[in-house]
Design a binder for this molecule. Structure first.
Ligand SMILES: Cc1cc2nc3c(=O)[nH]c(=O)nc-3n(C[C@H](O)[C@H](O)[C@H](O)COP(=O)(O)OP(=O)(O)OC[C@H]3O[C@@H](n4cnc5c(N)ncnc54)[C@H](O)[C@@H]3O)c2cc1C
Length: 349
C-alpha cells in the first residue's frame, strides 16, 4: 500500500480529491495536510470584500472533501520536508512518512521591502485578510497585478479611500489601459510606476521622496516561494520554486510532485493553471500507483484572465483579445460558483 502525502488543499489537490471521491485509487492511502478545515477561494475573495458574496459562499469544506475522497485529513502546517528521507514535519512536531508526496501549498507574498513584514498586511492568508478588512478606511495597496488591482477596486466599492502603488506593468498594454481606465473611473488613486521603497510604523508608505500615512497598508506584490522548500533537498529554480519535469515531478526527487504556485513552470502563477495541473495530477497519481507511464503537462502561457472591478463589472483577456462589462462579471461569477459547487458537492472527476 503506497502512502501518498498531499501537502496543501490548493486548487490542484481540490481537483484530485474531488476526482478520488468519484473513483478511488486502490493500492494507495492518501493523507492531506492543510492548515484549516475550510478554505476561502481566492478568485471570489475580492467579491467577498466588495460585499457581493457572503464568506461561506466563497469557502469550501476541506475536511469533508477529504473524507469523501477516503483521504485522512490532518489539520496542520508542514514546516519542513526531507525529500530524501521521505518525511514531512509539521509545526507541532508531528512527523509524517510517505512513499510519494505532492506539493500544492501555494506561495507567500514577496516581502523583501523593508518594513513590509512588520507594518503591512500580507494578502495571505486570506482568512486573516477578510477578518482585518471588516472595517475599511484609508488604505494603500502595494502591487498592481491582478490581485492588487482587484482588491483596490473592491475596497473602493466598500467606500474606502484607496491608493494603489504599482512598480511595474503587470499586463499587456491593451489590458493595462483597460485596468487603468477602470481604476480611475471607480476613484482609486492609482500610482503607476511608483515603487514602495519602505513601510514604516504608522503605517507610513515611503515611495521615493514621498511619504504618506494610511490606516492600513496591504501587501499584494507577486508570489514568492514557501520558505521550507529551500531546505527540502528538492532542486529549485533561481527564485526558489520546485523544478519539475514534464509530468510535474521534481527533477531531483521524482517521488515528489509539485503543482500550482509551488512549481517552477513557464506560465503565470494562477488558480486557473493550478486547476489544470490538478486534472493531470489526478490521472498521473493513478498511473504512478499502477506503475504506468505518466502523461506530460502542456503549459498554457495564454490563460484566460478575468479581473473584477469592484462593482459587478469585470475585464476579460486572453492573448491579444480583451473585453469588459457587466456580462463579463456574470460570466466569471458563473465559473466561480460552478467551481465551488464542484468542490462542495465533490461531483467532479
Ligand atoms: C486577491 C487575489 C485574487 C486572485 N484571483 C485569482 C483569480 O481570479 N483567478 C486565478 O486564477 N488566480 C487568482 N489569484 C491567484 C491565485 O490565488 C494563486 O495563484 C492560487 O491560489 C495558487 O493556487 P495553488 O493551488 O498553488 O495554492 P492555493 O490555492 O493558494 O492553496 C494553497 C494551500 O496550501 C495550504 N498551505 C500553505 N502552506 C502550507 C504548509 N506549510 N503546509 C500545509 N499546507 C499549506 C494553504 O492553506 C492552502 O490550502 C488571486 C490571488 C489573489 C491574491
Amino acid at each position: 500500500m503506497k502512502r501518498v502525502l498531499l501537502v496543501g488543499a490548493g486548487h490542484a489537490h481540490a481537483w484530485v480529491l474531488s476526482s478520488l471521491a468519484k473513483a478511488p485509487i486502490y493500492g494507495a492511502r492518501f493523507t492531506l495536510v492543510s492548515p484549516s478545515a475550510r478554505q476561502l477561494y481566492s478568485a471570489m475573495l475580492p467579491g467577498v470584500i466588495a460585499g457581493h458574496y457572503r464568506r461561506e459562499e466563497a469557502e469550501f469544506d476541506v475536511a469533508l472533501l477529504a473524507e469523501r475522497a477516503y483521504a485522512e485529513f490532518i489539520p496542520g502546517t508542514v514546516e519542513s520536508l526531507d525529500a530524501e528521507r521521505r518525511i514531512a514535519i509539521l509545526s507541532d512536531g508531528r512527523e509524517i512518512a510517505f512513499d510519494m508526496a505532492s506539493l500544492n501549498a501555494g506561495s507567500r507574498t514577496e516581502d523583501a521591502v523593508p518594513g513590509s513584514r512588520e507594518h503591512a498586511l500580507s494578502v495571505k492568508p486570506f482568512e486573516r485578510l477578510v477578518e482585518r478588512l471588516r472595517v475599511v478606511s484609508h488604505v494603500a495597496v502595494a502591487g498592481g497585478g491582478a490581485g492588487g488591482a482587484e482588491l483596490a477596486m473592491a475596497l473602493r466599492h466598500r467606500g474606502g479611500e484607496v491608493t494603489l502603488y504599482s512598480e511595474r506593468a503587470a499586463f499587456s498594454p491593451e489590458v493595462a489601459r483597460r485596468v487603468e481606465r477602470r481604476l480611475r473611473r471607480v476613484g482609486v488613486d492609482y500610482r503607476p510606476g511608483m515603487r514602495v521603497d519602505a513601510v514604516e510604523r504608522g503605517p507610513l508608505v515611503v515611495a521615493g521622496a514621498a511619504r504618506q500615512q494610511f490606516d492600513l497598508v496591504l501587501w499584494a506584490t507577486g508570489p514568492a516561494p514557501l520558505p521550507w522548500l529551500a531546505a527540502s533537498g528538492l532542486a529549485l529554480d533561481e527564485h526558489g520554486f520546485v523544478q519539475v519535469d514534464r509530468a510535474l515531478r521534481s527533477v531531483s526527487h521524482p517521488h515528489v510532485l509539485a503543482v500550482g504556485d509551488c512549481a517552477a513552470l513557464d506560465e503565470a502563477k494562477s488558480g486557473v493553471h493550478s486547476v489544470r495541473h490538478g486534472r493531470l495530477l489526478a490521472q498521473n497519481l493513478r498511473k504512478l500507483v499502477a506503475g504506468e507511464a505518466l502523461e506530460p503537462y502542456q503549459p498554457r502561457p495564454r490563460a484566460l484572465l478575468l479581473l473584477t472591478c469592484g462593482a459587478r463589472y469585470a475585464i476579460a483577456a486572453r492573448g491579444g483579445w480583451s473585453t469588459e462589462g457587466r456580462l463579463v462579471w456574470w460570466w466569471k461569477n458563473a465559473i466561480d460558483r460552478r467551481w465551488m459547487r464542484r468542490l462542495n458537492a465533490t461531483g467532479a472527476r
